[in-house]
Ligand binder design. Sequence first.
Ligand code: PMV
Length: 318
Amino acid sequence: MSTIHQTVVIAVSPAKFILFGEHAVVYGEPAIAVAIDLPLRIIATEAKAFTVDGQALNERSHAYIKRAIDNYWEGGPVAIEIRSDVPRASGLGSSAAVTVATLAALRGLAGEDKIEEEALAKSAFEVEFSVQGRASPTDTSTCTHGNVVMLARKAGENLLWHVQKEDNSWYIHHLDIPDATFVLGNTRQRGRTWEMVAKVRRYYDKSGHARETIREIGDMTLEANKALGKGDLVAIGELMTKNHMRLSSLGVSNKMLEKLVKAVSSHSYGAKLTGAGGGGCMVALTDRPERTAKAIENAGGTPMIVKPSKQGVRIVKK
Ligand code: PMV
């Protein structure tokens, strides 16, 4: 009796949230993002046709996976399955996690054992950029490297890699932060990243105030980097709340995000919307996670207590 050996590779990516600098980072300002232990798994199997969760691979339903395969895969057909704990369109990086884990699984199928983080992060960014039109490498770098990642205009300590796209240049660094607990509050309203990015772009192009706000967010992120270095949770929290106010003035908050940020104000060091906004999630820094989670729930959001994850993308089975 003969057995057919199908190669199966499983790659897992963390999710992420942005602690400082979303939107401003699209214009080259600094940002800080945190990987979290919400796994997204891609199971890739050699097959007779390209499929995703049993459906024929197509641009409309599987834009990121299709682009990853079209641009970075030279082998035969692959069946992909997605197993995800990451809520979609909620600002937690589900599209970056899908892209990063797909590319890692394809590299595994091609016989690579060890993930080259820099090459993988750069290809994942190209995929996101080509699907979304405009994007920063924040999510893709964080899902690839894990830990906490800082994007800056200049190279500094613990530089990981450098990404250049059109006029923008980002130096991506590993950042060590103090032990901290965060509570996410999901509005369960879909926030569409490309719509929010386009909205800010229109405002930026016509308003000096918007351009000034983007620069102020950049300055706050640099200050936050110093506060993180000192482990000053009070200063970090205050800067989060200030960052939130600037994001609101750019027009990317909404009623529910405002409600959740307000609900946690007396239980946390500070809070802000995280990611593109217009729905999605907020995040609070707190030493009373249960109390903060309850406040989010009472205000109608879905809370999630999270710790930064050291793990970036990895191949768990081959
Ligand atoms: O929606 P998210 O979490 O993927 O965040 C988008 C962050 C932006 O700064 C708004 C866009 C980007 O590509 O950096």
